[in-house]
Design a protein around this ligand. Structure first.
Ligand SMILES: *Cc1c(COP(=O)(O)O)cnc(C)c1O
Length: 417
């Protein structure tokens, strides 16, 4: 079989393979779109919400409007949605520093948290200004051999330590472990609260928004956070992060973002607020585009004989597709191909490099409209065995398909597979 025929055969098979899955994504997108639409109607969003503000940002209607719709959609008591939250890591850090005090215990119950949180925790090494440096006691419960949370271990440590806060990470991050479904998050929280009702359950919701019909607060989370250049920004928001949850907890996180006393009441909207509203409005649709792309990629790479997670027809709870490529050469080749089939910076070649917050060198491909946006098609991976590629996003499933087909074509052409 020549290269073109081989490629066509894979495309045909993969398209067929994910058909049913795509229908499920469509159903979820409609439910979430209704939810978002309803929040806009309820909050009476109007053109006057689309203005920036200056100075302290007192009486900032854009800020109040966007926080109202987030609050409604996530079923929270209070929301903090700000351009001043520099990233997902910053939003999460605001929660942890806002809620924890010296001597308090913090336990990650879903294994080792996302790479950029390591410096925040001060877990692996002494980091000045980390939570450990501030006297917070950090522990983690490793995942089970099946890469699922260790319920026994969790019950045991929660009974013993009665921690101030537990950290639950919904998405796999840069790990091979499967992401946690909303249902699994619900049972974890239930278990924690049974043993220790006062323990705050915090969920890192990055990459999870709008993938399922519910969000973590609906299954008992006290406070959650995420990034606006991932799912809830819809590929339109230009920067920012969000924190939603119980009123007094979000208030403490806000006091950390600005200062006690002024907390969430100040902070001018400098980012064009229309982009935040519009991005949030189309986010359920954009997330669907990303999911279609992820399932298709999963199918294509498994046809190529690679180990993938999730499998093409698995249920999903985040937008990440992990693919075990097995060699550095393959990782570089795939990233190069993704970059050259991107709308922006298609003429550049991605190179592995050190990145703030990450231990290993990382290669990142992503010719995105918004710098570092990973709801747009992007592929990255730490340069470490077994060379797992993490693929996420695509503003349109059409671009996603074109890109995946291009990658596979390149791999066949260069004889790498
Ligand atoms: C992306 C991500 C974060 C935050 O990363 P930023 O690049 O700072 O937005 C945190 N946790 C998980 C699981 C993530 O995927």
């Amino acid at each position: 079989m020549d290269a073109a025929m081989k490629l066509n055969k894979y495309i045909e098979e993969a398209t067929f393979d994910v058909k049913e899955q795509v229908k499920l994504f469509e159903r979820t997108a409609i439910i979430n779109q209704e939810k978002v639409l309803e929040s806009f109607r309820q909050a009476k969003i109007s053109n006057y919400h689309f203005q920036t503000s200056t100075g302290y940002g007192y009486g900032d209607v854009a800020r109040e409007g966007i926080e109202e719709v987030f609050k409604i959609v996530f079923k929270a008591e209070k929301a903090l949605v700000r351009g001043q939250l520099a990233s997902g890591t910053h939003a999460i850090a605001c929660c942890l520093y806002g809620l924890l005090r010296p001597g308090d215990k913090l336990i990650s119950i879903t294994g080792t948290p996302y790479d950029t949180l390591q410096s925040v925790l001060g877990n692996r090494s002494q980091v000045l200004g980390s939570l450990t440096d501030f006297g917070v006691q950090y522990q983690e419960v490793p995942l089970n051999f099946d890469l699922k949370p260790d319920l026994k271990g969790i019950s045991c440590i929660i009974s013993k330590e009665k921690p101030k806060l537990v950290l639950i990470q919904r998405s796999r991050g840069y790990h091979w472990r499967p992401s946690l479904s909303i249902k699994e998050i619900g049972s974890l929280i239930e278990r924690v609260k049974e043993i220790s009702p006062n323990t705050i359950c915090f969920v890192d919701n990055c990459y999870g928004e709008f993938v399922e019909e519910k969000e973590p607060i609906e299954v008992g989370a006290d406070i959650i956070a995420g990034s606006l250049i991932k799912n809830p920004g819809g590929g339109i928001a230009t920067a920012g992060g969000y924190i939603v949850g119980k009123e007094e907890l979000v208030e403490l996180a806000a006091a950390r973002l600005t200062a006690p006393g002024i907390s969430g009441k100040v902070g001018a909207t400098l980012v064009d607020p229309r982009l935040l509203f519009q991005g949030f409005f189309i986010a359920p649709h954009t997330v669907k585009q990303a999911l279609v792309t992820a399932a298709y990629a999963s199918s294509m790479f498994s046809l190529l004989g690679m180990e993938v997670s999730p499998m093409p027809t698995d249920d999903r709870t985040d937008i990440i597709q992990a693919i075990k490529l097995g060699s550095k050469e393959m990782l570089l080749a795939v990233c190069k191909a993704i970059q050259e089939i991107s709308p922006i910076d298609s003429f550049l070649t991605p190179e592995p490099s050190p990145m703030a917050g990450y231990d290993d060198q990382v290669i990142m491909a992503g010719g995105t409209f918004i710098q570092g946006s990973s709801i747009e098609l992007s592929a990255d991976g730490p340069i470490r065995e077994p060379y797992i590629l993490f693929l996420q996003g695509a503003l349109t499933s059409e671009h996603g398909k074109i890109a995946i087909d291009h990658v596979v074509k390149k791999l066949i052409e260069t004889g790498i597979i």
